[in-house]
Design a protein around this ligand. Structure first.
Ligand code: ADP
Length: 483
Protein backbone atom coordinates (compact mmCIF):
# COMPACT_ATOMS: atom_id res chain seq x y z
CA UNK A 1 0.00 0.00 0.00
CA UNK A 2 1.16 3.53 -0.70
CA UNK A 3 1.25 6.22 1.97
CA UNK A 4 -1.80 7.72 0.27
CA UNK A 5 -3.92 4.57 0.29
CA UNK A 6 -2.84 3.80 3.86
CA UNK A 7 -4.01 7.23 4.95
CA UNK A 8 -7.29 7.06 3.03
CA UNK A 9 -8.08 3.68 4.59
CA UNK A 10 -7.87 5.10 8.12
CA UNK A 11 -9.76 8.36 7.63
CA UNK A 12 -13.08 9.29 9.19
CA UNK A 13 -15.53 9.43 6.27
CA UNK A 14 -18.87 9.47 8.10
CA UNK A 15 -20.50 12.63 9.45
CA UNK A 16 -18.78 14.03 12.54
CA UNK A 17 -21.69 14.27 14.99
CA UNK A 18 -21.79 14.03 18.76
CA UNK A 19 -18.00 13.69 18.98
CA UNK A 20 -17.87 10.61 16.79
CA UNK A 21 -18.35 9.24 13.30
CA UNK A 22 -22.01 8.79 12.42
CA UNK A 23 -23.48 7.48 9.16
CA UNK A 24 -25.80 9.83 7.25
CA UNK A 25 -29.44 9.29 8.22
CA UNK A 26 -30.28 8.67 4.56
CA UNK A 27 -27.44 6.15 4.25
CA UNK A 28 -26.21 7.90 1.09
CA UNK A 29 -22.59 8.81 0.33
CA UNK A 30 -20.83 10.83 -2.33
CA UNK A 31 -17.44 10.54 -4.00
CA UNK A 32 -14.36 12.65 -3.32
CA UNK A 33 -12.00 12.85 -6.31
CA UNK A 34 -8.28 13.34 -6.65
CA UNK A 35 -8.03 16.32 -9.01
CA UNK A 36 -4.59 15.19 -10.22
CA UNK A 37 -6.10 12.04 -11.75
CA UNK A 38 -9.86 12.52 -11.74
CA UNK A 39 -10.08 9.16 -9.91
CA UNK A 40 -12.17 8.55 -6.80
CA UNK A 41 -10.23 8.75 -3.52
CA UNK A 42 -13.06 7.55 -1.30
CA UNK A 43 -16.67 8.36 -0.47
CA UNK A 44 -18.09 10.34 2.45
CA UNK A 45 -21.46 10.32 4.17
CA UNK A 46 -23.89 12.75 2.55
CA UNK A 47 -25.69 14.88 5.16
CA UNK A 48 -29.36 15.75 4.74
CA UNK A 49 -31.57 18.34 6.41
CA UNK A 50 -32.31 15.80 9.14
CA UNK A 51 -28.60 15.43 9.95
CA UNK A 52 -28.23 19.20 10.01
CA UNK A 53 -31.02 19.51 12.57
CA UNK A 54 -29.46 16.67 14.61
CA UNK A 55 -26.20 18.66 14.68
CA UNK A 56 -28.08 21.79 15.75
CA UNK A 57 -29.87 19.83 18.51
CA UNK A 58 -26.42 18.87 19.81
CA UNK A 59 -24.97 22.37 19.35
CA UNK A 60 -27.91 24.03 21.09
CA UNK A 61 -27.86 21.66 24.05
CA UNK A 62 -24.06 21.97 24.46
CA UNK A 63 -24.10 25.78 24.04
CA UNK A 64 -24.66 26.87 27.65
CA UNK A 65 -22.18 24.43 29.20
CA UNK A 66 -19.54 25.30 26.59
CA UNK A 67 -20.10 29.02 27.18
CA UNK A 68 -19.77 28.39 30.93
CA UNK A 69 -16.55 26.40 30.52
CA UNK A 70 -13.73 28.58 31.88
CA UNK A 71 -12.03 30.45 29.05
CA UNK A 72 -8.69 29.05 30.20
CA UNK A 73 -10.05 25.54 29.63
CA UNK A 74 -11.46 26.45 26.21
CA UNK A 75 -8.07 27.91 25.34
CA UNK A 76 -6.27 24.79 26.50
CA UNK A 77 -8.43 22.54 24.33
CA UNK A 78 -7.63 24.77 21.34
CA UNK A 79 -3.96 24.64 22.24
CA UNK A 80 -4.08 20.85 22.47
CA UNK A 81 -5.81 20.68 19.08
CA UNK A 82 -3.01 22.86 17.67
CA UNK A 83 -0.43 20.42 19.04
CA UNK A 84 -2.27 17.33 17.78
CA UNK A 85 -2.64 18.93 14.36
CA UNK A 86 1.13 19.32 14.24
CA UNK A 87 1.67 15.75 15.44
CA UNK A 88 -0.42 14.67 12.46
CA UNK A 89 0.99 17.31 10.11
CA UNK A 90 2.16 14.77 7.53
CA UNK A 91 -1.30 13.18 7.35
CA UNK A 92 -3.05 16.54 7.04
CA UNK A 93 -0.61 17.71 4.36
CA UNK A 94 -0.95 14.56 2.28
CA UNK A 95 -4.72 14.59 2.67
CA UNK A 96 -5.04 18.17 1.45
CA UNK A 97 -2.80 17.39 -1.49
CA UNK A 98 -4.90 14.35 -2.36
CA UNK A 99 -8.32 15.99 -2.19
CA UNK A 100 -7.47 19.54 -3.25
CA UNK A 101 -4.44 19.08 -5.52
CA UNK A 102 -1.92 21.60 -4.16
CA UNK A 103 1.74 20.56 -3.81
CA UNK A 104 2.83 18.86 -0.60
CA UNK A 105 5.01 21.85 0.17
CA UNK A 106 1.98 24.14 -0.02
CA UNK A 107 -0.10 21.72 2.03
CA UNK A 108 2.55 21.75 4.74
CA UNK A 109 2.40 25.53 4.60
CA UNK A 110 -1.33 25.34 5.11
CA UNK A 111 -0.95 23.06 8.16
CA UNK A 112 1.26 25.77 9.66
CA UNK A 113 -1.02 28.61 8.62
CA UNK A 114 -4.23 26.82 9.59
CA UNK A 115 -2.75 25.71 12.90
CA UNK A 116 -1.85 29.29 13.78
CA UNK A 117 -5.55 30.16 14.11
CA UNK A 118 -5.91 27.49 16.78
CA UNK A 119 -2.83 28.74 18.64
CA UNK A 120 -3.73 32.41 18.29
CA UNK A 121 -7.31 31.96 19.50
CA UNK A 122 -6.19 29.62 22.28
CA UNK A 123 -4.38 32.74 23.51
CA UNK A 124 -7.26 35.11 22.79
CA UNK A 125 -9.85 33.04 24.70
CA UNK A 126 -8.64 34.43 28.03
CA UNK A 127 -8.59 38.02 26.78
CA UNK A 128 -12.31 38.50 26.15
CA UNK A 129 -12.90 41.75 27.99
CA UNK A 130 -15.55 44.35 28.60
CA UNK A 131 -15.58 47.82 30.14
CA UNK A 132 -16.88 49.86 32.99
CA UNK A 133 -17.53 53.60 33.17
CA UNK A 134 -19.48 56.13 35.18
CA UNK A 135 -22.55 57.53 33.43
CA UNK A 136 -21.68 61.16 32.48
CA UNK A 137 -24.83 62.44 34.26
CA UNK A 138 -23.58 60.90 37.49
CA UNK A 139 -26.73 58.84 37.88
CA UNK A 140 -25.33 55.36 37.38
CA UNK A 141 -22.64 53.07 36.12
CA UNK A 142 -22.20 51.49 32.71
CA UNK A 143 -20.99 47.90 32.62
CA UNK A 144 -20.33 46.32 29.21
CA UNK A 145 -19.83 42.57 28.94
CA UNK A 146 -19.21 40.18 26.05
CA UNK A 147 -21.12 36.95 25.60
CA UNK A 148 -20.83 34.20 22.97
CA UNK A 149 -23.30 34.78 20.16
CA UNK A 150 -24.48 31.14 20.27
CA UNK A 151 -24.47 28.21 17.85
CA UNK A 152 -22.58 28.99 14.64
CA UNK A 153 -22.87 27.58 11.13
CA UNK A 154 -19.56 27.78 9.23
CA UNK A 155 -19.64 27.19 5.47
CA UNK A 156 -16.14 26.77 4.03
CA UNK A 157 -14.59 26.57 0.55
CA UNK A 158 -12.27 23.99 -1.02
CA UNK A 159 -9.19 26.10 -1.73
CA UNK A 160 -7.79 25.97 1.84
CA UNK A 161 -9.57 22.91 3.24
CA UNK A 162 -7.99 23.28 6.69
CA UNK A 163 -7.28 26.97 7.24
CA UNK A 164 -10.69 28.26 6.12
CA UNK A 165 -12.14 26.01 8.82
CA UNK A 166 -9.70 26.77 11.62
CA UNK A 167 -10.03 30.49 11.23
CA UNK A 168 -13.74 30.18 11.98
CA UNK A 169 -13.64 27.29 14.46
CA UNK A 170 -10.73 28.81 16.45
CA UNK A 171 -12.40 32.11 17.36
CA UNK A 172 -15.87 30.58 17.69
CA UNK A 173 -14.72 27.98 20.23
CA UNK A 174 -12.55 30.55 22.01
CA UNK A 175 -15.58 32.83 22.35
CA UNK A 176 -17.68 29.99 23.78
CA UNK A 177 -19.80 29.18 20.72
CA UNK A 178 -20.70 25.72 19.47
CA UNK A 179 -20.04 25.15 15.76
CA UNK A 180 -21.44 23.20 12.82
CA UNK A 181 -19.11 23.13 9.80
CA UNK A 182 -20.35 22.45 6.29
CA UNK A 183 -17.10 21.91 4.35
CA UNK A 184 -16.92 22.20 0.56
CA UNK A 185 -18.10 19.09 -1.26
CA UNK A 186 -14.80 18.81 -3.17
CA UNK A 187 -12.68 18.67 0.03
CA UNK A 188 -14.63 17.31 3.03
CA UNK A 189 -11.95 14.89 4.29
CA UNK A 190 -9.60 17.41 5.91
CA UNK A 191 -12.37 18.88 8.08
CA UNK A 192 -13.59 15.42 9.12
CA UNK A 193 -10.06 14.59 10.27
CA UNK A 194 -9.98 17.88 12.17
CA UNK A 195 -13.18 16.79 13.95
CA UNK A 196 -11.27 13.75 15.18
CA UNK A 197 -8.36 15.97 16.32
CA UNK A 198 -10.73 18.13 18.37
CA UNK A 199 -12.30 15.07 19.99
CA UNK A 200 -8.80 13.79 20.84
CA UNK A 201 -8.00 17.23 22.27
CA UNK A 202 -10.88 16.87 24.74
CA UNK A 203 -13.57 18.99 23.09
CA UNK A 204 -16.90 17.91 24.59
CA UNK A 205 -19.17 15.92 22.25
CA UNK A 206 -21.67 18.05 20.35
CA UNK A 207 -19.65 21.30 20.50
CA UNK A 208 -18.31 20.72 16.97
CA UNK A 209 -20.01 18.88 14.13
CA UNK A 210 -18.81 18.44 10.54
CA UNK A 211 -21.38 17.76 7.85
CA UNK A 212 -20.23 17.05 4.30
CA UNK A 213 -23.12 17.39 1.86
CA UNK A 214 -23.47 17.02 -1.90
CA UNK A 215 -26.34 19.53 -1.82
CA UNK A 216 -25.16 22.31 0.51
CA UNK A 217 -28.38 24.33 0.58
CA UNK A 218 -30.53 21.34 1.55
CA UNK A 219 -28.59 21.19 4.84
CA UNK A 220 -27.79 24.84 5.47
CA UNK A 221 -31.25 26.21 4.51
CA UNK A 222 -33.18 24.51 7.34
CA UNK A 223 -30.39 25.41 9.79
CA UNK A 224 -30.60 29.07 8.83
CA UNK A 225 -34.36 28.97 9.29
CA UNK A 226 -34.03 27.57 12.82
CA UNK A 227 -34.21 30.10 15.69
CA UNK A 228 -31.52 28.28 17.62
CA UNK A 229 -28.83 29.08 15.04
CA UNK A 230 -27.34 32.51 15.91
CA UNK A 231 -24.56 33.10 13.45
CA UNK A 232 -23.51 32.25 9.91
CA UNK A 233 -19.90 32.61 8.84
CA UNK A 234 -19.19 31.99 5.17
CA UNK A 235 -16.14 31.93 2.94
CA UNK A 236 -16.83 31.41 -0.74
CA UNK A 237 -18.02 33.11 -3.89
CA UNK A 238 -19.70 36.52 -3.88
CA UNK A 239 -22.75 35.06 -5.66
CA UNK A 240 -23.42 32.46 -2.98
CA UNK A 241 -22.58 35.00 -0.25
CA UNK A 242 -25.27 37.37 -1.53
CA UNK A 243 -27.80 34.56 -1.62
CA UNK A 244 -26.97 33.59 1.97
CA UNK A 245 -27.21 37.20 3.19
CA UNK A 246 -30.64 37.46 1.55
CA UNK A 247 -31.74 34.24 3.24
CA UNK A 248 -30.26 35.37 6.57
CA UNK A 249 -32.36 38.54 6.42
CA UNK A 250 -35.55 36.66 7.26
CA UNK A 251 -34.34 36.02 10.80
CA UNK A 252 -31.76 38.86 10.91
CA UNK A 253 -29.19 36.12 11.45
CA UNK A 254 -25.76 37.61 12.17
CA UNK A 255 -23.38 36.95 9.28
CA UNK A 256 -19.71 37.29 8.38
CA UNK A 257 -18.84 37.11 4.70
CA UNK A 258 -15.40 36.44 3.23
CA UNK A 259 -16.15 36.59 -0.47
CA UNK A 260 -14.35 36.91 -3.78
CA UNK A 261 -11.45 39.17 -4.61
CA UNK A 262 -9.96 40.78 -7.70
CA UNK A 263 -6.64 41.84 -6.26
CA UNK A 264 -4.56 44.40 -8.12
CA UNK A 265 -0.77 44.04 -7.92
CA UNK A 266 0.89 47.33 -8.85
CA UNK A 267 4.56 47.66 -9.75
CA UNK A 268 5.61 51.31 -9.76
CA UNK A 269 8.59 52.50 -11.78
CA UNK A 270 10.67 53.00 -8.61
CA UNK A 271 10.13 49.41 -7.40
CA UNK A 272 12.86 46.86 -6.79
CA UNK A 273 11.96 44.76 -9.83
CA UNK A 274 13.48 41.50 -8.61
CA UNK A 275 11.63 41.82 -5.32
CA UNK A 276 8.43 42.62 -7.24
CA UNK A 277 8.85 39.48 -9.35
CA UNK A 278 9.34 37.39 -6.18
CA UNK A 279 6.23 39.01 -4.69
CA UNK A 280 4.21 38.44 -7.87
CA UNK A 281 5.16 34.75 -7.86
CA UNK A 282 3.78 34.46 -4.33
CA UNK A 283 0.74 36.65 -4.83
CA UNK A 284 -0.17 35.00 -8.12
CA UNK A 285 1.03 31.41 -7.91
CA UNK A 286 0.52 30.56 -4.25
CA UNK A 287 -2.10 27.79 -4.10
CA UNK A 288 -1.98 27.60 -7.90
CA UNK A 289 -3.74 30.96 -8.08
CA UNK A 290 -6.79 29.43 -6.36
CA UNK A 291 -7.02 32.02 -3.60
CA UNK A 292 -9.32 35.00 -3.06
CA UNK A 293 -6.14 36.94 -2.26
CA UNK A 294 -4.50 35.97 -5.58
CA UNK A 295 -3.14 38.83 -7.67
CA UNK A 296 -5.73 38.94 -10.44
CA UNK A 297 -4.46 42.01 -12.31
CA UNK A 298 -0.80 42.98 -12.56
CA UNK A 299 -0.54 46.71 -13.29
CA UNK A 300 3.06 47.44 -14.23
CA UNK A 301 4.55 50.88 -14.98
CA UNK A 302 5.33 50.99 -18.69
CA UNK A 303 8.89 52.14 -17.90
CA UNK A 304 9.64 48.77 -16.23
CA UNK A 305 7.03 46.53 -17.84
CA UNK A 306 9.42 44.91 -20.32
CA UNK A 307 11.95 43.91 -17.65
CA UNK A 308 9.30 42.81 -15.12
CA UNK A 309 7.30 40.75 -17.62
CA UNK A 310 10.38 39.07 -19.02
CA UNK A 311 11.62 38.03 -15.57
CA UNK A 312 8.16 36.94 -14.45
CA UNK A 313 7.65 34.92 -17.63
CA UNK A 314 10.95 33.08 -17.12
CA UNK A 315 9.96 32.16 -13.56
CA UNK A 316 6.43 31.08 -14.45
CA UNK A 317 7.52 29.07 -17.50
CA UNK A 318 9.97 27.17 -15.25
CA UNK A 319 7.34 26.09 -12.71
CA UNK A 320 7.08 22.33 -12.39
CA UNK A 321 3.49 21.21 -12.91
CA UNK A 322 2.36 17.82 -11.65
CA UNK A 323 0.45 15.83 -9.09
CA UNK A 324 0.87 17.50 -5.71
CA UNK A 325 2.43 14.42 -4.13
CA UNK A 326 5.10 14.02 -6.86
CA UNK A 327 8.57 15.17 -5.81
CA UNK A 328 9.38 18.69 -6.93
CA UNK A 329 5.85 19.69 -7.96
CA UNK A 330 5.24 23.41 -7.63
CA UNK A 331 1.85 23.74 -9.31
CA UNK A 332 -0.81 21.05 -8.94
CA UNK A 333 -4.07 20.67 -10.84
CA UNK A 334 -7.08 22.94 -10.54
CA UNK A 335 -9.83 21.66 -8.26
CA UNK A 336 -12.19 20.26 -10.91
CA UNK A 337 -13.21 20.28 -14.54
CA UNK A 338 -15.67 23.15 -14.07
CA UNK A 339 -12.92 25.38 -12.71
CA UNK A 340 -10.60 24.47 -15.57
CA UNK A 341 -13.27 25.27 -18.13
CA UNK A 342 -13.79 28.67 -16.47
CA UNK A 343 -10.06 29.50 -16.47
CA UNK A 344 -9.74 28.40 -20.11
CA UNK A 345 -12.66 30.61 -21.11
CA UNK A 346 -11.13 33.67 -19.38
CA UNK A 347 -7.77 33.15 -21.12
CA UNK A 348 -9.41 32.56 -24.52
CA UNK A 349 -11.49 35.72 -24.10
CA UNK A 350 -8.41 37.84 -23.25
CA UNK A 351 -6.46 36.44 -26.20
CA UNK A 352 -9.38 36.97 -28.59
CA UNK A 353 -9.49 40.61 -27.45
CA UNK A 354 -5.77 41.14 -28.13
CA UNK A 355 -3.75 39.90 -25.12
CA UNK A 356 -0.38 38.38 -25.98
CA UNK A 357 0.48 34.93 -24.58
CA UNK A 358 4.05 35.01 -23.19
CA UNK A 359 3.92 31.45 -21.85
CA UNK A 360 1.28 28.75 -21.31
CA UNK A 361 -2.22 29.69 -22.42
CA UNK A 362 -4.06 26.37 -22.36
CA UNK A 363 -4.74 23.12 -20.56
CA UNK A 364 -2.35 20.23 -21.27
CA UNK A 365 -3.68 16.94 -22.62
CA UNK A 366 -3.98 13.97 -20.27
CA UNK A 367 -5.75 13.08 -17.04
CA UNK A 368 -6.32 15.48 -14.14
CA UNK A 369 -7.54 19.07 -14.16
CA UNK A 370 -4.24 20.80 -14.97
CA UNK A 371 -3.76 24.22 -16.55
CA UNK A 372 -0.35 25.33 -17.78
CA UNK A 373 0.98 28.35 -15.83
CA UNK A 374 0.39 31.34 -18.06
CA UNK A 375 1.53 34.92 -18.55
CA UNK A 376 -0.55 37.28 -20.66
CA UNK A 377 0.80 40.70 -21.58
CA UNK A 378 -0.96 43.70 -23.19
CA UNK A 379 -4.22 42.59 -21.62
CA UNK A 380 -6.93 44.95 -22.94
CA UNK A 381 -9.20 46.80 -20.53
CA UNK A 382 -12.29 44.94 -21.72
CA UNK A 383 -10.88 41.44 -21.04
CA UNK A 384 -13.22 39.51 -18.75
CA UNK A 385 -10.35 38.36 -16.50
CA UNK A 386 -9.81 41.93 -15.31
CA UNK A 387 -13.29 41.97 -13.80
CA UNK A 388 -13.71 38.29 -12.79
CA UNK A 389 -11.64 36.23 -10.40
CA UNK A 390 -9.38 33.95 -12.46
CA UNK A 391 -8.75 31.36 -9.70
CA UNK A 392 -5.96 29.73 -11.66
CA UNK A 393 -2.24 30.08 -12.51
CA UNK A 394 -2.71 32.91 -15.00
CA UNK A 395 -0.86 36.24 -14.65
CA UNK A 396 -2.45 39.11 -16.58
CA UNK A 397 -0.16 42.10 -17.15
CA UNK A 398 -1.50 45.57 -17.96
CA UNK A 399 0.70 48.66 -18.47
CA UNK A 400 0.16 52.12 -16.94
CA UNK A 401 1.90 55.50 -16.98
CA UNK A 402 0.91 57.49 -13.89
CA UNK A 403 0.23 56.71 -10.23
CA UNK A 404 -3.29 58.15 -10.50
CA UNK A 405 -4.01 55.92 -13.48
CA UNK A 406 -2.81 52.82 -11.59
CA UNK A 407 -4.84 53.58 -8.47
CA UNK A 408 -7.97 54.35 -10.51
CA UNK A 409 -7.61 51.05 -12.39
CA UNK A 410 -6.97 49.14 -9.15
CA UNK A 411 -10.15 50.54 -7.59
CA UNK A 412 -12.25 50.01 -10.72
CA UNK A 413 -13.81 46.77 -9.47
CA UNK A 414 -16.76 45.71 -7.36
CA UNK A 415 -14.38 43.74 -5.15
CA UNK A 416 -12.20 45.11 -2.34
CA UNK A 417 -10.34 42.36 -0.54
CA UNK A 418 -6.64 43.03 -0.94
CA UNK A 419 -4.27 45.10 -3.07
CA UNK A 420 -0.51 44.78 -3.41
CA UNK A 421 2.00 47.34 -4.59
CA UNK A 422 5.76 47.70 -4.92
CA UNK A 423 7.56 51.01 -4.49
CA UNK A 424 10.61 52.36 -2.66
CA UNK A 425 9.02 55.75 -2.01
CA UNK A 426 7.63 56.25 1.51
CA UNK A 427 5.33 59.15 0.60
CA UNK A 428 3.87 57.08 -2.23
CA UNK A 429 3.46 54.13 0.14
CA UNK A 430 1.28 56.18 2.48
CA UNK A 431 -0.66 57.92 -0.32
CA UNK A 432 -1.45 54.74 -2.27
CA UNK A 433 -2.24 52.65 0.85
CA UNK A 434 -4.85 55.26 1.79
CA UNK A 435 -6.28 55.50 -1.73
CA UNK A 436 -6.81 51.78 -2.31
CA UNK A 437 -10.38 50.66 -1.61
CA UNK A 438 -9.59 47.30 0.00
CA UNK A 439 -9.68 45.73 3.44
CA UNK A 440 -6.00 44.77 3.20
CA UNK A 441 -2.90 46.17 1.52
CA UNK A 442 0.43 44.44 0.94
CA UNK A 443 3.35 46.86 0.54
CA UNK A 444 6.43 45.25 -1.00
CA UNK A 445 4.90 41.95 0.11
CA UNK A 446 3.34 39.20 -1.98
CA UNK A 447 1.75 37.35 0.94
CA UNK A 448 -0.10 39.02 3.77
CA UNK A 449 -2.15 36.39 5.63
CA UNK A 450 -1.35 36.14 9.32
CA UNK A 451 -3.48 34.70 12.14
CA UNK A 452 -2.59 37.78 14.21
CA UNK A 453 -3.93 40.21 11.58
CA UNK A 454 -7.55 41.06 10.66
CA UNK A 455 -8.33 39.41 7.33
CA UNK A 456 -11.32 40.67 5.39
CA UNK A 457 -12.68 42.84 2.63
CA UNK A 458 -14.83 45.82 1.72
CA UNK A 459 -17.29 46.35 -1.16
CA UNK A 460 -18.50 43.04 -2.62
CA UNK A 461 -15.64 41.13 -1.00
CA UNK A 462 -17.81 41.03 2.09
CA UNK A 463 -17.72 42.13 5.71
CA UNK A 464 -16.36 40.92 9.01
CA UNK A 465 -12.77 40.08 9.91
CA UNK A 466 -10.99 36.82 10.67
CA UNK A 467 -7.83 36.66 12.76
CA UNK A 468 -6.28 39.33 14.95
CA UNK A 469 -8.02 40.65 18.02
CA UNK A 470 -10.91 41.57 15.70
CA UNK A 471 -11.59 37.93 14.74
CA UNK A 472 -13.16 36.89 18.02
CA UNK A 473 -15.58 39.85 18.00
CA UNK A 474 -17.49 38.17 15.16
CA UNK A 475 -18.55 35.52 17.70
CA UNK A 476 -19.36 37.82 20.63
CA UNK A 477 -22.42 39.87 21.53
CA UNK A 478 -22.11 43.06 23.54
CA UNK A 479 -24.34 43.41 26.60
CA UNK A 480 -24.84 46.72 28.44
CA UNK A 481 -25.78 46.46 32.11
CA UNK A 482 -26.93 49.72 33.74
CA UNK A 483 -26.05 49.80 37.43
P1 ADP B 1 -16.73 28.06 -5.29
O1 ADP B 1 -17.40 28.68 -6.47
O2 ADP B 1 -15.38 28.55 -5.03
O3 ADP B 1 -16.85 26.56 -5.21
P2 ADP B 1 -18.95 28.45 -3.55
O4 ADP B 1 -19.34 29.78 -3.04
O5 ADP B 1 -19.82 27.80 -4.56
O6 ADP B 1 -17.48 28.62 -4.05
O7 ADP B 1 -18.76 27.41 -2.35
C1 ADP B 1 -18.28 27.74 -1.10
C2 ADP B 1 -19.05 26.93 -0.07
O8 ADP B 1 -20.42 27.31 -0.14
C3 ADP B 1 -19.01 25.43 -0.27
O9 ADP B 1 -18.98 24.79 0.99
C4 ADP B 1 -20.33 25.17 -0.96
O10 ADP B 1 -20.83 23.86 -0.74
C5 ADP B 1 -21.23 26.16 -0.27
N1 ADP B 1 -22.43 26.53 -1.03
C6 ADP B 1 -22.57 26.68 -2.36
N2 ADP B 1 -23.83 27.04 -2.67
C7 ADP B 1 -24.51 27.12 -1.49
C8 ADP B 1 -25.86 27.46 -1.14
N3 ADP B 1 -26.77 27.77 -2.05
N4 ADP B 1 -26.18 27.44 0.17
C9 ADP B 1 -25.29 27.12 1.11
N5 ADP B 1 -24.00 26.81 0.84
C10 ADP B 1 -23.60 26.81 -0.44
Amino acid sequence: MTAASDLIATLPTDLWLGGKQTPASSGTRFAVLNPATGAELTTVADASAQDGIAALDLAASAQSSWAATPSRERGEILRRAFELLHERADDFALLMTLEMGKSLQESRGEVNYGGEFLRWFSEEAVRIGGRFTQAPAGNGRILVTKEPVGPVLAITPWNFPLAMGTRKIGPALAAGCTVIVKPAEDTPLTMLLLGQVFADAGLPAGVLSVLPASDAASVTGPLMDDDRLRKLTFTGSTGVGKLLVRNAADRLLRTSMELGGNAPFIVFDDADIDAAVDGAMLAKMRNGGEACTAANRLYVANAVRGEFTEKLTARIAALKVGAGDEAGTEIGPLINGKQRTAVTALVDDAVAKGARVRTGGSAPAGPGFFFTPTVLDNVPADADLLTNEIFGPVAAVVGFDTEDEAVAAANDTRYGLVAYFYTRDLARTMRVSAALETGMVGVNRGAISDAAAPFGGVKESGFGREGGSEGIEEYLETKYIAL
